[in-house]
Write a protein that binds this ligand. Sequence first.
Ligand code: ATP
Ligand code: MG
Ligand code: MG
Ligand code: MG
Length: 473
Amino acid sequence: APTSTAQIRADFIAFFRDKGHTIVPSAPLVPGNDPTLLFTNSGMVQFKDVFLGAEKRSYVRAADVQRCLRAGGKHNDLDSVGYTARHHTFFEMLGNWSFGDYFKKDAIAWAWELLTQVWKLPAERLLVTVYHTDDEAYVLWRDMVGIPEDRIVRIGDNKGAPFASDNFWQMADTGPCGPCTEIFYDHGAHIAGGPPGSPDEDGDRFIEIWNLVFMQFDKQADGSLLPLPAPCVDTGMGLERLAAILQGVHSNYEIDVFQALIRKAAELTGTQDLENKSLRVIADHIRACSFLIVDGVLPSNEGRGYVLRRIIRRALRHGWMLGVRQPFFHSMVETLDAVMGEAYPELRIKRELVERALRAEEERFAETLDAGMRIFDEIATRSLGTIPGEDAFRLYDTYGFPLDLTADIARERGLDVDIAGFDAAMQRQRETARAAGKFASGTGLPADLVAQLSPTVFDGYHATTAQGLQIVA
Ligand code: ATP
Ligand code: MG
Ligand code: MG
Ligand code: MG
């Protein structure tokens, strides 16, 4: 039988426990130690202060399975969901760490051992990248592991390059940083996409499974790199991507956990085609939304709560596209609990609360979704390739369509949205409301009070205007 996702978690933990690692629990999606970070977007987030030297732990080796969210800020994969085989908003990252203990040699040797000996991945399907100046890592892969040179790719900083590779990691503009080495799996020539470092590397043929970061420098304000007294290792591997390989499928959406969710979504929406993109989006989003609520986020009009609201509404719109006209999304939680509740007892404990919170939001949006979609169609029909900002704003203000929802629908139909026009309309409305001392829509509070409480509304769609929130991981 193919290796289940649950078995992969267990194998990973057992492997690194054997190598002297302390196993730590997943931190919540809302980082407790970093108000500047919107969500936990990688395994290292909970160890940030350890790397900075501000916090000491009783161990120097750790491993875990960390729940992650990339749906806001610098790491935002929301728009890839449903479009690539490998991106989710919520996913699980398997990670191992050395805090000034082992370094490149052991990290590389163990990664290779786990992949090729425990999980028996065929070596000839694997490809690695190193940072272009990191000869140490290059030589380890070539001589210690024995990877042929044509499957070790040197990747530079790519500043100004036409494609996206970047193999140098830094926590922030200054501080701990260092080269990465990444391990890719080749799913085969029948799938479009080039190897890492090539112009079509963003395809889904060569899929990055494991990223090893070697923190060895302390970057100074002038850009110079001083050696860190005790270099560290930070690794992250996507559980779902690995499960796809071990379960003999290409897309993450074909693995056990996702198939269960997709089947449930199909049942709830009366959809026959299990490969329907909307089912994938719904399956992805129920994980993100449920775990956000488990971790204390509730739908709202700003900050983390607005990211949650945006994801819920995107899922509901996909349900609507499949013909659903009554609440359905909250009914996915039962299945999610069945497939993930054992690994995440906090989900099992809060399941009912999650269902209630989702249902309330479904009922709220149900009041305007249908009308909003009809308005969208009218706008789309008379628009010349671009949804005017005023119209996007009307959808937002009157029908509760977050800007990114409108943009997502527009994208499906090959249309753009005038985002600057939307921002201008939003600004005008705020000024009018303020001048008239009117009540702001939706909140039930006087506009001036709302304005005081939220100096700038966090708009997760524009990563750069995110209320000074800077994603540092
Ligand atoms: P990609 O280049 O494919 O977008 P990444 O380089 O952004 O991945 P990292 O930040 O290196 O990813 O994260 C470590 C690992 O986590 C990746 O190697 C991958 O296996 C997994 N991963 C990253 N982003 C996602 C995602 N959105 N969904 C599922 N797994 C992910
Ligand atoms: Mg990415
Ligand atoms: Mg990458
Ligand atoms: Mg990476």
